[in-house]
Design a binder for this molecule. Structure first.
Ligand code: HEC
Ligand code: HEC
Length: 448
């Protein structure tokens, strides 16, 4: 039960008590009192004695209402009338990251905007000098063995949404990788990186691709250092970023790239504008999709301002999740979801993946770790089925799923009112509201 609901229920309890006692007092004063000839003090004692049962009863009711999650609808009968049709409660209007709750849903979930800057580790503060240097390194093909690929070949940030629109990326020598390139936009807010979460920071991550034989193909990190040292134009830039007379090392190279990546943030979305207070920023369908995103339970994993539990806004244990979590063999087969177990031990039956951010997701097809799905509607259906045990249909005949665990010998009945086509459409509309205005303008101009 929401805090507001509980408070209003208490209020009703107190008002009832006052009315009850008034009636009792009047009865004793004008009826019982005169008839029995009691003294004034005794009349008070009698009122209290008669009322004690009522007090006990009210207290019992309140305890029960607090323990049993009292249905929100009942509470709303008592709650103060909201004048706003959206029933929005705005909180902390002047705070740096505004907060919006959508009441009326089972549990208040706090929607937050993305801060402008991504947090940096103490040892590698984001300075303008490092960012300029990092941008240059990010776009330098000297980091690949045949000087054909830079980070931006697979993560196009100047003209694109920070990825390559391919199911598997093209590495040196035309090799096709088995995993989809995630966008680097907003990756500074992620607590772990890669589809399987194997890198703990952007600095760690940046040392991977240059020496990955299927990506940039350099023989060693020393070879990468040597390539950067060979270019005299870098000397000044490194001196400005890290101080003069320091050797150029892989630690500095990756620190500069990470500092640059921490500036690639997109809080310029309709969603963020809405949370900051612009009621017109979201369409009716998007608002409905937003409520569904919560009520269907997408927020259990895609939580917080970066729409990922694997972000700096959530504690790290939330980062990795089973996918698929529920059985749906047709999806698993069609999209080959059993070929790669992600972060789980190789050979395991079940796959575990890092929860990806959903910001700009409408601009970064194809989807999933293997890039096997190119349609956002289909991904939403897959997520609802495989991650929430929902049925996706317009037939409302059976609205619960039974899940039997033979290990724990438990039978769980999961309320799963099927998701209709319109629900799926509206969730997709909401996901589109997570696209950056800047990136969207580029895509509409045909650059992306
Ligand atoms: C050949 C294509 C390719 C190149 C070149 C490349 N990447 Fe990637 N990048 C990928 C793929 C594919 C993944 C996902 C791999 C995985 O999860 O196993 C990825 C993942 C990432 C991620 C993690 C994003 C997230 O949300 O987890 C970051 C950050 C990143 N790359 C940055 C870089 C940087 C910096 C460089 C240059 C030093 C670079 N990439 C070069 C293809 C590439
Ligand atoms: C139990 C956790 C969980 C829940 C609940 C969940 N997701 Fe996901 N979601 C994931 C994981 C893990 C992945 C990465 C899957 C992979 O590795 O291919 C993912 C991937 C996605 C993607 C693809 C992102 C990309 O860049 O390819 C979208 C879109 C998405 N989820 C939307 C949703 C929606 C909408 C809901 C609610 C219907 C939802 N998710 C519910 C865990 C979850």
């Amino acid at each position: 039960m929401g805090q507001a609901g509980l408070v209003s229920f208490m209020n009703v309890g107190i008002v009832m008590l006052i009315i009850g006692f008034s009636v009792l007092f009047l009865m004793v004063r004008f009826e019982l009192g005169p008839a029995s000839g009691l003294s004034p003090v005794r009349k008070w004692i009698m009122t209290l004695a008669l009322g004690s049962g009522m007090v006990a009863f009210s207290i019992k009711l309140m305890i029960i209402a607090t323990l049993v999650n009292f249905p929100a609808q009942t509470i709303r009968l008592f709650a103060a009338q909201q004048t706003d049709p959206l029933q929005l409660e705005r909180e902390a209007p002047n705070a740096e990251t505004p907060i919006v709750r959508l009441p009326g849903l089972q549990k208040a979930y706090v929607w937050r905007t993305l801060p402008e800057t991504a947090p940096a580790p103490k040892w590698n503060p984001t300075t303008p000098e490092k960012v300029v240097l990092g941008e240059r390194l990010f776009h330098d093909t000297a980091l690949s063995i045949d000087r054909t690929l830079s980070c931006s070949s697979c993560h196009d940030v100047r003209n694109g949404a920070g990825e390559d629109h391919r199911p598997g990326s093209l590495g040196v020598g035309g090799q096709v990788g088995s995993r989809n390139a995630p966008t680097v936009w907003n990756s500074g807010f992620q607590s772990v990186l890669f589809w399987d979460g194997r890198a703990a920071s952007l600095e760690d991550q940046a040392a991977g691709p240059p020496v990955n034989p299927a990506e940039m193909g350099m023989p060693s990190l020393e070879a990468v250092e040597q390539r950067v040292n060979e270019n005299p134009a870098y000397r000044d830039a490194f001196a400005r970023a890290f101080g003069a007379d320091q050797p150029i090392t892989i630690r500095q190279i990756t620190a500069a790239i990470a500092a640059y990546e921490r500036t690639l943030n997109t809080s310029d979305t309709p969603y963020d504008r809405f949370v900051r207070g612009d009621r017109q920023a979201l369409s009716a369908a998007q608002l409905r999709g937003m409520a569904l995103f919560q009520s269907v339970g997408c927020i259990l994993c895609h939580s917080g301002p970066n729409f990922s539990a694997a972000s700096v806004f959530d504690p790290p244990p939330a980062a990795l999740r089973l996918f698929p979590a529920f059985d749906a063999p047709h999806y698993v087969k069609r999209y080959q979801l059993d070929k790669d177990v992600g972060a789980n031990t190789p050979g395991s039956k079940q796959a575990v993946w890092r929860v990806p951010s959903l910001r700009n997701v409408a601009l970064t097809a194809p989807y999933l770790h293997n890039g096997s799905v190119d349609n956002l509607h289909e991904v939403v259906r897959i997520m609802a089925t495989l991650q929430r045990g929902k049925r996706v249909s317009n037939d409302a005949a059976d609205n619960a799923t039974l899940v039997w665990s033979s290990r724990d010998r438990t039978l769980a009945r999961i309320e799963a009112a099927p998701l209709s086509d319109r629900d799926v459409d509206d969730i997709v509309e909401f996901l589109k509201a997570l696209s950056s205005d800047r990136l969207l303008a580029r895509s509409q101009a045909g650059v992306l």
